[in-house]
Design a protein around this ligand. Sequence first.
Ligand SMILES: Nc1ncnc2c1ncn2[C@@H]1O[C@H](COP(=O)(O)OP(=O)(O)OP(=O)(O)O)[C@@H](O)[C@H]1O
Length: 255
Amino acid sequence: MSDISVEITGLKKSFGSLDVLKGIDVTVNRGDVVCIIGPSGSGKSTLLRCVNLLEEPNDGKIVVNGVELTNPDVDIDLARTKIGMVFQSFNLFAHLNVLANLTVAQRKVLKRSEKEAQEIALRNLDRVGLKEKANSMPAQLSGGQQQRVAIARALSMDPDVMLFDEPTSALDPELVGDVLGVMRQLADEGMTMLVVTHEMQFAREVADKVIFMDGGYIVEEGPAAEVIGDPQEARTQEFLARVLDPTHHGPSDPA
Ligand SMILES: Nc1ncnc2c1ncn2[C@@H]1O[C@H](COP(=O)(O)OP(=O)(O)OP(=O)(O)O)[C@@H](O)[C@H]1O
């Protein structure tokens, strides 16, 4: 089996006349955590959405665990079950309790029996420390708990890869640590993860590789210490101010 889990080559995506991804190449090895950072509007979410086939690329190739998702003959529903996605806004079904949130796609897409789906759901709720909330409704949970349920829901589909799109951005600061803790645990367990985040400490401590995107290009890629730098250095302070500034939209087009 290849060591490569995700291989993206020459990926391009436009919305009308807006070129958002201008030729992206990314390789993620099996078991690695890759963090994607970059200013607002640089195309980070669009990249993840293309990998999960929520957006159709205009050009390029995406291969996940040997399956070319960009091949028009691929069974998209089946391929997508292998890719778990966690969004900023949790996206739980508000009218279903926690357990049902975790079983519905297992029943429908993977055709698991109710009993098997519930067993797998409870195991994954336990993994994120929320087994006792199985019968709660999403609205009865904190944002951090809802996000951990969303992670457990994605895990219940037995994904090969987990994609996280700013999973802590919508949370109150005191709830961020619990969600990052679950993500650290998944990384320790060897889950392959592609994470769009503004959490630089998480990137420094957990990422095997950091990718810095700007203006639809990858402009830097490597170990966190090289891409983000030492937090004590002035260069790093300037860099972080640029990456974390929500008003920066500067597509410094290298072409
Ligand atoms: N469905 C869409 N239709 C039109 N434009 C879109 C669509 N999705 C994204 N865009 C535009 O593409 C550009 C990149 O958006 P994207 O969400 O990928 O950036 P981002 O780097 O994730 O930003 P942020 O950090 O603010 O989430 C933005 O200009 C955005 O307005």
